[in-house]
Design a protein around this ligand. Structure first.
Ligand SMILES: [Mg+2]
Length: 380
């Protein structure tokens, strides 16, 4: 199965509404469609990423530095192809200044990730099995939660209650509630309202998007502990992640979750061994693809840490279904927040009793809508 061509198509789509988390505001939805053509007729394809200012550079890095290395290579050897890309070490204008060069390293790892995810789709199609099966096939469904609880002007407790009832009604098993924009006490009160609306069994996790100092985060966790949160995601500011996470994790019974900003296995190792996170939500489309993600999942297993995943359910579902130590797949159930999830795939995986079912079709099992790709292409 020799690779004959690789296409990368950047998509960009303006959102009808802006969405604000603890430390950011989203107004567009970006993603990249990657297609790997082979001489056996198999076409591997995947979409992923939500990168705004750097999307063009991710595509250019793949086109100029990575894709030429892979033409003519056998697509059945993902470790070999991954290493070819990692060893290429293209000159992206690095200056030997660690923090400034991280941007370039992040771009490179996203380019590798886009190709690697499409490669695993091709492998699944070649062997005639879902990617989840190829990776170990631990289960055929994964609990699914909503990313929600966004704050907006004029939104009150009634709206939060209604939002949670809606997620329950459409069969989801929980919510990831955005916190970190208000005072600690106001956020704790939102958690109380959410727990009352959800009932005692339904999953609630919180995500502060790195909004707090360790002291604020500890105060929140101690006060919110009684509402049985599944995890506290990215509680502390970027500047002191490792020690900060460790302090917060040790201060209450709520496990911490982080990793969505890491670009490879080494950063994840430090989050586990120094930051003592309980969950790792490393994103396959940011941190080097399926090949790197499964290395990380293997490493955390012997530290009693569980794997979560940041967004990207079309790939995350397979990863989380493939291992025993996995938590939830997450979606944006609001089409205004993630319109691509609703119409870029021809159909979404089925959700039954709070769980998302792994599609039976080989590969990632997601057929893409050509009309949507053409309408939102960002490369012309
Ligand atoms: Mg997050």
């Amino acid at each position: 199965m020799k690779i004959t061509a690789i296409e990368m198509i950047p998509l960009v789509r303006e959102l009808e509404d802006a969405f604000a988390g603890g430390t950011y505001r989203i107004v567009n939805r970006y993603t990249i469609v990657t297609r790997i053509h082979t001489d056996s007729g198999v076409v591997g394809e995947a979409f992923g990423g939500d990168e705004d200012q750097r999307q063009e550079r991710v595509v250019a890095t793949a086109r100029d530095h990575l894709i030429p290395l892979l033409i003519g290579e056998d697509a059945r050897h993902p470790e070999r192809l991954w290493q070819l890309m990692a060893d290429a070490r293209p000159d992206l204008g690095n200056r030997g200044i660690h923090v400034l060069d991280l941007n370039n390293h992040g771009i490179l790892m996203q380019a590798i990730a886009a190709i690697d995810c499409a490669l695993w789709d091709a492998l699944g199609k070649h062997y005639g099995v879902p990617v989840a099966t190829l990776l170990g096939g631990y289960r055929d469904r994964v609990p699914v939660i909503a990313i929600g609880g966004y704050l907006k002007e004029g939104i009150g407790p009634e709206d939060l209650r209604a939002e949670i009832h809606h997620y329950r009604d459409i069969g989801l098993s929980g919510i990831k509630l955005k916190v970190g924009r208000l005072t600690v006490d106001e956020d704790v009160d939102r958690v109380r309202i959410a727990r009352e609306a959800a009932g005692s069994e339904w999953t609630i996790v919180c995500d502060a998007n790195q909004a707090w100092t360790p002291d604020d985060a500890i105060e929140f966790c101690r006060k919110a502990e009684r509402y049985h949160l599944g995890w506290m995601e990215e509680p502390v500011r970027w500047s002191d992640q490792l020690e900060g996470l460790r302090k917060v994790g040790r201060a209450s019974s709520i496990p911490t979750n982080a990793g969505q900003g890491e670009i490879n296995r080494y950063g994840c190792r430090d989050l586990v061994s120094v930051g003592e996170v309980g969950y790792l939500n490393v994103d396959v489309t940011i941190a080097g693809g399926v090949t790197e993600w499964r290395r990380i999942a293997g490493f955390v297993a012997h530290h009693h840490v569980k794997m979560a995943h940041h967004e990207e359910p079309q790939v995350a579902l397979h990863l989380l279904a493939s291992i025993p130590h996995a938590a939830f797949v997450e979606i944006f159930p609001n089409p205004k927040r993630d319109p691509m999830w609703f119409d870029l795939p021809v159909r979404q995986p089925e959700i039954v009793d709070g769980e998302m079912l792994v599609p039976d079709a080989p590969g990632l099992g997601i057929e893409l809508n050509e009309e949507v790709i053409e309408r939102y292409r960002g490369d012309r």
